[in-house]
Write a protein that binds this ligand. Structure first.
Ligand SMILES: [Zn+2]
Length: 341
């Protein structure tokens, strides 16, 4: 019986070698360590053996059982490791694959244009001065040389609040009075950017709210030549060095004299086309020398101080720079439009 146990052990260990997967391993376990395996049968027969044979056979049978169980565990672990290695090989993570980029937000074309204007005028020594969007009638009109019933008020259809005399500003010019009253009699060189509101019929060229950037310089001996030099330089930095500019006489109640500035049409080069309505010129801003009444309202003596002011429409500049045909695109939040900038 001891010989039988030796043979049994040898054969079991030999057949374990050929088990190459989990299924074969389980089959081997049932065949060699299961309830009906030859080894278990020997345990069953122990009782019928002669008394003196029982201890050595029993000992040997337990040895064989222990050896087979240990061999099974070792093989099981070896198979598990092999499977893991194979998985690591075949399902390897390729860290060299390019990542999926997150969708980045971008700046609104208005913001881009505003920042460009800030940079150009900032380089020229202008500081940003912010003022409120809700104004009194006095700041929006009266102090800017437009007393009640002044015909110039007809140029601006205004959003009035339920509080009499309080309105949404129609232009950034009220900021002129605020900044002058804050700094008088010091010299001033500021830009006043911000949102303006007008009660308009919305069209391809008109919106009820829009940005403006107003420029204001106050000091002694400031002349129209300073105004022209500043705006020519601004236009060249903003558009290009070769751009042609012209000043056209105009009228604003808060400047005297007043002018409008045109740049040569970028599409036709001045020959005349649909965009410039055949004129060859595109209007980009209004400007003028600060009216003595406005200077006085701001706290400056118009006999000692002078200044110039100009107002730019950033939407209009963006439309010119990017050939945008409809001002309504700026507010409709159409991604097809916004993603182009
Ligand atoms: Zn043109």
């Amino acid at each position: 019986m001891l010989d039988q146990l030796d043979t049994l052990e040898r054969q079991a260990l030999a057949s374990l070698e050929s088990a190459q997967d989990d299924e074969a391993l389980q089959r081997w376990k049932i065949a060699h360590l299961g309830r009906n395996s030859p080894l278990m049968k020997i345990f069953d027969q122990l009782g019928s053996l002669p008394k003196e044979e029982r201890p050595p056979v029993g000992r040997r049978a337990n040895q064989v059982k222990g050896a087979l169980e240990a061999a099974f565990e070792a093989k099981n672990e070896a198979l598990r490791q092999a499977t893991l290695q194979q998985a690591l090989q075949t399902e390897r993570l390729d860290v060299s694959l390019p990542g999926r980029p997150p969708v980045l937000g971008r700046l609104h074309p208005n913001t881009i244009t505003l920042r460009m204007i800030y940079r150009v005028l900032g380089d020229m020594g202008f500081q940003v001065f912010r003022s409120r969007e809700v104004e009194s009638d006095d700041y929006n009109f009266g102090l800017l040389n437009m007393p009640p019933h002044h015909p110039a008020r007809d140029m601006w259809d205004t959003f009035h609040t339920t509080t009499p005399g309080v309105l949404l500003r129609t232009h950034t010019s009220p900021g002129q009075i605020h900044v002058m009253r804050l700094y008088a009699p010091e010299p001033i060189r500021v830009i006043l950017p911000g949102m303006c509101y007008r009660y308009e019929q919305v069209s391809a060229r008109k919106e009820t709210q829009f940005n403006q950037v107003e420029g204001l310089a106050i000091g002694r001996h400031i002349t129209m030549a300073d105004l022209k030099g500043t705006l020519v330089d601004f236009s060249r930095r903003m558009f290009n060095q070769d751009v042609h500019i012209r000043f056209r006489a105009s009228h604003f109640p808060f400047t005297e004299p007043s002018a409008e500035v045109d740049i040569e049409c970028y599409l036709c080069g001045g020959k005349g086309c649909g965009v410039c309505a055949g004129s060859g010129w595109l209007e980009i801003l209004g400007c003028g020398m600060v009216h003595p009444v406005v200077l006085r309202n701001g706290g400056y003596d118009p006999y000692k101080f002078s200044g110039f002011a100009f107002g730019i429409g950033p939407e209009r500049v963006a439309m010119l720079r990017h050939r945008i045909e409809d001002i309504r695109y700026f507010w409709v939040n159409d991604m097809r439009f916004l993603e182009q900038f």
